[in-house]
Design a protein around this ligand. Structure first.
Ligand code: AMP
Length: 282
């Protein structure tokens, strides 16, 4: 497995692989890899001849008030995990390699990005769409792997690929959780032990929402109210949003009469955590 830092090195390797008729899977990440990320790598390794993992903390998807500087980084740990899981190449560019002086072209999307995380992070998805487009152009993968943990991001990327006629299959992979239910996230490292315990309120509340739906509740207002009340029992939790939206358009729905995403963002202390589940009638 190779670790490269320049776009030219990636392109030279990819050119050779393509000449040899190899299929290519891409797993875009911000690093500090855990089992959520490695589940995507495993899926790519299983279904492609070559797997590229990008490790890049993308500055343009962070607002000035967010955690760009403190975001955890450990490329040696990431390299070891990628190697153990059979990846072929890590692309770990410096920000200056991705964003040359005078960089001024962005990929912006309306509608899907205007709900959920897009409301509290208004520039986030522009940064995500732009960097993913650049990674797609650099790596030219056949398949690209994204986690359902970031369900809105997955919907946005699928929509972008459709809108811009990108010849890439976007594959969604299930959420990987700790044994007690907390969704794995690089940001979990920010949590104190007390906050780590409090963070269980997210998965417990999603369970409550799921139960209400399986008991026949279809009124989203009632479900959201019950979930909100439940989160409010945890003193360290502060709700950013709890919403039920159409799975494709990300627009809120009043009634569950189509496939939906139930998603939440909750601050535990200073750490903003997200989690979700999808539901569609059997
Ligand atoms: P990140 O490094 O947080 O930007 O995540 C990179 C990719 O890994 C994204 O597609 C995420 O959705 C995915 N991912 C992160 N955490 C998990 C998880 N717990 N389960 C599944 N996928 C995940």
């Amino acid at each position: 497995m190779k670790l490269v830092k320049t776009i030219k090195e990636v392109r030279d390797i990819i050119k050779q692989w393509k000449a040899d008729g190899q299929t290519i899977g891409l797993v875009p990440t911000m690093g500090y890899l855990h089992e959520g990320h490695t589940s995507l790598i495993d899926e790519s390794v299983k279904n492609n001849n070559k797997t590229v993992v990008s490790v890049f903390v993308n500055p343009i998807q962070f607002a000035p008030t967010e955690d760009l500087e403190s975001y955890p980084r450990d490329i040696d740990h990431d390299s070891a995990l990628c190697r153990d899981h059979g990846a072929d190449l890590i692309f770990n560019p410096d920000p200056s390699e991705m964003y040359k002086d005078g960089f001024s072209t962005y990929v912006d999307m309306s509608v899907l990005t205007e709900e959920l995380c897009g409301l509290s992070r208004p520039i986030h998805f522009r940064g995500v769409c732009t960097v993913v487009t650049k990674l797609f152009n650099i790596v030219t993968p056949d398949n690209a792997y994204f986690g359902e943990k970031d369900a809105q991001q997955l919907a946005v990327i699928k929509h972008m690929v459709r809108d811009l006629n990108m010849d890439i299959k976007v594959v969604g992979c299930p959420i990987v959780r700790e044994t007690d239910g907390l969704a794995k996230s690089s940001r979990n490292t920010y949590l104190s032990s007390e906050e780590r315990q409090a963070a269980l309120i997210l998965s417990k509340t999603l369970k409550l929402g799921k139960e209400l739906i399986s008991n026949g509740e279809r009124n989203t207002g009632a479900i959201i109210n019950a979930m909100t009340t439940n989160i409010e029992t945890e003193p360290l939790a502060k709700i950013d949003y709890v919403k039920i939206v159409d799975s494709e358009t990300m627009q809120p729905v009043n009634k569950i009469d189509r496939p939906v995403l139930c998603a939440m963002a909750v601050y535990i202390g200073k750490t903003r955590l997200i989690d979700n589940f999808s539901f569609k009638e059997a």
